[in-house]
Design a protein around this ligand. Structure first.
Ligand code: BMP
Length: 266
């Protein structure tokens, strides 16, 4: 039992930059690898499919070419209701990749902390939280996540056009708050690469920026990375492809090539 709780503790502590002592790392090497987020491919795959078999098949096919899998409500809820199964833990098991639960937590601090706890129990290594709910909610989520070393990614500004109306005017303040509160990272829009650049300036080099909005939403592969994002979040370009593994591999290659070029001047 003690060993197991150590593993859980280390797995979770490992999320925030692996501040794990060498001796412990050795003992729990296999478990730690499962949760490690590396910049190998620079892709977080948004696996937004509702069919369980398809989700497992795609996750397994793309696992070498992406760095994490992001699970949102359509996937999690439909598979929970239809199969009574926890797709977060199943995908984590078959891919050994970190799983980001994109539940965009946005409630009062008391309820948000409970959502966080349940999501972490499901096996999430990172959780997204809406920044617009304010400092107390975000703080509560980070405090809950920190107990188990799980990452919190604060949404600063969403990628869809409607986000310009209410979200964007607050984005800079939200990013500043996320940094002050010690969030793991932020979510910033690949549909507006100049905003990614601004957010990078605000949060500095230590925080992780993940950036959705590529492909179907109009963002170009590599634009967000070129402006300072660590990972591009890519969904439909991969999971609707006739060969998701090939698509993921090609996108990863394009991202690597793009990184060799100097940043775009806007
Ligand atoms: P796609 O590449 O198919 O557009 O998927 C983008 C993914 O990123 C979806 O899971 C969506 O919920 C998520 N996302 C987004 O598109 N914009 C945001 O601002 C925040 C997100 O989490």
């Amino acid at each position: 039992m003690r060993a197991l709780s150590n593993v859980a503790e280390l797995q979770t502590r490992s999320q925030k930059g692996f501040k794990v002592r060498k001796k412990e790392t050795k003992v729990y090497e296999r478990e730690l690898r499962m949760s490690r987020l590396t910049e190998r491919n620079r892709i977080i795959h948004a696996l937004d499919v509702e069919d369980k078999e398809k989700a497992l098949r795609i996750a397994s096919a793309v696992k070498e070419y992406v760095d994490a899998i992001k699970i949102s409500y359509p996937t999690f809820l439909n598979i929970l209701i239809t199969h009574k199964s926890n797709i977060i833990s199943e995908i984590k098991e078959i891919t050994r990749l970190p799983i980001l639960a994109c539940f965009k937590v946005a409630d009062i601090p008391f309820i948000s902390s409970r959502i966080m706890r349940i999501t972490m129990d499901a096996g999430a290594d990172g959780v997204t939280v809406h920044g617009m709910t304010g400092r107390d909610t975000v703080k509560a989520c980070i405090a809950t996540a920190n107990k188990r070393g799980v990452g919190v990614f604060v949404v600063t500004e969403m990628s869809h056009p409607g986000a310009i109306e209410f979200y964007q005017p607050l984005g800079d303040k939200i990013a500043k708050m996320a940094k002050e509160l010690g969030a793991t990272g932020i979510v910033a829009p690949a549909t507006r690469p100049n905003r990614v650049r601004k957010y990078r300036k605000i949060v500095g080099e230590d925080m992780i920026i993940i950036s959705p909005g590529i492909g179907a939403q109009g963002g170009q592969i590599g634009d967000a990375i070129a402006e300072g994002a660590n990972f591009e979040v890519i969904g439909r370009l991969i999971y609707t492809s006739s060969n998701p593994a090939n698509s993921a591999r090609e996108i990863s290659q394009q991202l690597k090539k793009r990184l060799e070029k100097p940043p775009v001047v806007r």
